[in-house]
Design a protein around this ligand. Structure first.
Ligand SMILES: Nc1ncnc2c1ncn2[C@@H]1O[C@H](COP(=O)(O)OP(=O)(O)OP(=O)(O)O)[C@@H](O)[C@H]1O
Ligand SMILES: [Mg+2]
Length: 195
């Protein structure tokens, strides 16, 4: 889009970035995320509700492949606040008109199993958005729609729209079609490589 700075186009997808880390390392990562969101839009999966409460602006709750609740984290989770609380608050006004990442009627199938059902979702520019919910609800699956890691999984069917800063991606229908025609490099048999 004309006039939009290149930095606002950058986004980062993180799947449980602090899983298994000690509290000091976790705090450092949260501090870094807070700095990074000036330049990046961040969407992360976390199963740590305290971390979500203290470190994210928005939270999207998934259940059985569906997005069932989405809002400002501080209105979903209560947190003591204080000097280290850098989250967006209900009365705080920030101008964030853009969706950095967006899905419209997104349905994803692993074979016959439906991993995402009718997901309409928007990740606001320069925010930290958490994907939360019980194991198997589709958090990582959605993240992989944005960074296209699903392209590497066989037998995935994606229907609907995935937009990354207004550019449509993820309309590919099968692994073999992706390998053949959409710029994902296919493995070359050794005999065809010139060494
Ligand atoms: N490659 C795959 N093939 C078949 N089914 C898959 C595949 N990857 C994920 N699934 C299934 O899709 C559903 C959603 O998986 P996903 O990894 O997105 O869950 P999640 O919410 O990230 O869970 P967790 O919190 O355990 O990481 C699960 O039922 C999972 O078994
Ligand atoms: Mg996961």
């Amino acid at each position: 889009m004309p006039g939009r700075s290149p930095s606002s186009r950058r986004s980062s997808c993180l799947d449980e970035p602090c899983s298994g880390l000690d509290p000091i390392s976790t705090a450092k990562i949260e501090e870094a995320l807070s700095e990074l969101k000036k330049e990046y839009t961040i969407v992360l999966v976390s199963n740590n509700t305290k971390q979500i409460a203290r470190a994210t602006d928005y939270a999207a709750f998934f259940y059985m492949s569906k997005l069932v609740e989405y809002g400002i984290t501080s209105s979903i989770f209560h947190h003591a606040g204080g000097a280290t609380d850098r989250r967006l608050h209900p009365r705080e006004v920030r101008i964030m008109p853009d969706c950095a990442l967006k899905t419209e009627e997104l349905n994803l199938f692993y074979g016959s199993f439906q991993g995402l059902k009718d997901v309409d979702f928007c990740v606001y520019t320069h925010s930290i958005t958490a994907l939360i919910g019980p194991s198997g609800c589709g958090k990582s699956t959605l993240l992989r729609c944005f960074n296209r890691m699903n392209d590497l999984i066989d037998d995935v069917t994606i229907k609907g729209t995935v937009l990354v800063t207004d550019r449509r991606i993820g309309s590919l229908t099968s692994f073999h079609e992706k390998k053949g025609g959409h710029g994902v490099s296919a493995a070359q048999p050794l005999s065809r490589l010139s060494l």
